[in-house]
Write a protein that binds this ligand. Sequence first.
Ligand code: ZN
Length: 185
Amino acid sequence: MAEIQTINLLIESLRKLPGVGVKSAERMAYQILDMKEEYVHQFISSLDGVINRIGKCPICGSYMEDNICPFCNDETREQNTIIVVSSYKDALAIEKLKSFRGKYHILNGSLSPTKGIGIKDINIDSLLKRVSSPEVKEVVLATNPTIDGETTALYISKLLENYPLVVTRLAYGLPMGGQLDYCDE
Ligand code: ZN
């Protein structure tokens, strides 16, 4: 077989994307081969940026390109309420609703005994640091209504019991197992 190593590698890389099987990966790879060079360069540059320009915000755990993320950098946001979500995608889903003007805290994961994800694997320590500030009055737990999300919310609400805070759980109106990033406005 006349295999070309670089094309195989491209197909293998595309297959790492969720929901992409061999056939789709091959189709995408051949489309990339036919693309204008400037678009391929744009791809390369954006992927390179993922490694070299994107970091995690030291305050809230969101993605950032500078020293602080756009959420924490936004001084028009109310300081007294923090909404805790599992992922950056979930924060964006809440942003789309345009009804929350407080700050975010992104855990970058959920506690999951079955997947071996424990408290040290998610961004909880910096949350405790943040809620120690007297400015913070309320924490809304908006982890997803899945088993892992509920476990995480329960654990954090226990941790926050000793702080002078109002701790609430986001009411979803979503079916069981429904996830924030799949809901629309
Ligand atoms: Zn931040």
